[in-house]
Design a protein around this ligand. Structure first.
Ligand code: AMP
Length: 137
């Protein structure tokens, strides 16, 4: 499947639209989910263009899981969460809505949470939470 260069995360990577950034390096970007399913809900994406984990190079996949682990640790500490859920959807049939591979880092449990939140987070609150997580990285 061909990669859509105009998906919203590609635009975030090109700095065409803003995000509440938590972490960035040469290969990875982490930022707050705009419709958090829980406070501290963070997304971690590779810079390599790939729609799902199946198209990602093995090198980028292994780098990504290391960054996910690092961000998850920071989210857990910053949010004082007893548990952290990681999830990652591949393809519209699996519920993926943004066609650039991403890991969700969610404080607490996904059980009982909505699969997709329907309310936009308050931008000021998202930025406050992002700062707390950044301080742990
Ligand atoms: P998925 O259903 O796994 O594709 O999740 C996509 C996630 O991206 C959802 O949780 C959305 O709330 C989130 N999202 C969509 N647009 C943005 C955006 N501009 N900034 C941050 N998160 C976004």
């Amino acid at each position: 499947m061909s990669y859509d260069e105009n998906n919203i995360f590609a635009k975030i990577l090109r700095d065409e639209i803003p995000c509440s950034k938590v972490y960035e390096d040469d290969t990875t970007l982490a930022f707050m989910d705009i419709m958090p399913q829980a406070p501290g809900h963070t997304l971690v994406i590779p810079k390599e263009p790939a729609e799902t984990i199946l198209e990602l190079s093995p090198e980028a996949a292994s780098d990504l899981i290391n960054k996910v682990q690092m961000v998850a640790q920071a989210v857990k500490t910053a949010m004082k969460a007893d548990g952290i859920t990681l999830f990652q959807l591949n393809g519209a049939a699996a519920g993926q809505t943004v066609p650039h591979i991403h890991f969700h880092v969610l404080p607490g449990s996904i059980l009982g949470a909505r699969t997709h939140a329907s309310e936009m987070g308050d931008p000021a609150e998202l930025e406050k939470v992002a700062a707390r997580i950044r301080a742990e990285l």
